[in-house]
Write a protein that binds this ligand. Structure first.
Ligand code: O7M
Length: 239
């Protein structure tokens, strides 16, 4: 129940913000990160950071979330922790990160259903979300149809809010979406710098796109974010 509530609230928020774009704030300088959050915030559904960003930027996680979300007009901050541990360890990490204010956390599914359930339990207790990596965009990855199917089954059984699925591999993405059903959130990286195209990824079943370099390295990041936001909204059609 907790995760279906999160699905609902995340979709409603994205709709209210008029955006299906998640900005991957992959920069090493905190001033630059703040500038990007402020400039692009109005074009975004959410922000995404890695746990190491707090160390790189020299701020606490709580301060990072409060500052960046504030600059981006209240956009939730998703933590790309890629948790991949036993249930007990996953749970303590998730508990710590949720207490810092992150709206959702990303975890791997290969440690198994019980390990993912431990994260979902922590999220449900706080109205936060869990997104599971069903496959990856990286060259030479070891995900295939059969293990992606198994990971989707784990996401469903553990009750995760949704998955991360590759926006540059349309057949695999479509397979993941069809096995997940329409309620689950599908966030797709791989658009832009990794070769994926927004229209094709959305046709294959993506709900939101996670984009870093195509925005952060643009001469005008705000204009790049706005263009991409509009392209994503158009690609999503009435969905
Ligand atoms: O748009 P890019 O290629 O500059 O950045 C993509 C972001 O998405 C970057 O932050 C990656 O860590 C992340 N990502 C992938 O690129 N591929 C994946 O398969 C999964 C992720 C991700 O977000 O995992 C949660």
């Amino acid at each position: 129940v907790g995760q279906s509530e999160f699905q609902q609230s995340f979709r409603t928020l994205a709709q209210r913000r008029g955006s299906r774009l998640v900005l991957a704030l992959d920069v090493e300088d905190y001033g630059r990160a703040r500038g990007l959050a402020e400039a692009c915030g109005g074009e975004l559904a959410a922000l995404k950071v890695h746990p190491e960003h707090a160390l790189l930027w020299g701020v606490s996680h709580a301060e990072l979330v409060k500052t960046l979300s504030g600059l981006a007009g209240g956009a939730p901050v998703i933590l790309d922790a890629k948790l991949a541990d036993i249930g007990e360890s996953n749970a303590f990490k998730a508990r710590y990160y949720f207490a810092q204010g992150y709206g959702a956390i990303i975890c791997h599914g290969f440690p198994g259903e019980k390990a993912v359930k431990a994260v979902v339990g922590e999220a449900d207790a706080r109205g936060r979300g869990v997104l599971l990596l069903a496959a990856m965009t990286s060259e030479g990855h070891l995900f295939n149809e059969s293990n992606a199917d198994a990971l989707v089954a784990i996401a469903r059984q553990a009750g995760a809010a949704g998955v991360i699925a590759p926006g540059n591999q349309y057949e695999l993405l479509a397979r993941i979406r069809s096995r997940l059903g329409s309620d689950a959130l599908v966030l797709s990286p791989g658009i832009g710098a990794q070769g994926g195209e927004a229209a094709q990824a959305f046709r294959a079943g993506a709900d939101l796109a996670i984009v870093g370099r195509a925005i952060v390295n643009a001469a005008d990041p705000k204009a790049a974010a706005r263009e991409l936001k509009e392209a994503l909204n158009q690609a999503a059609g009435g969905r």
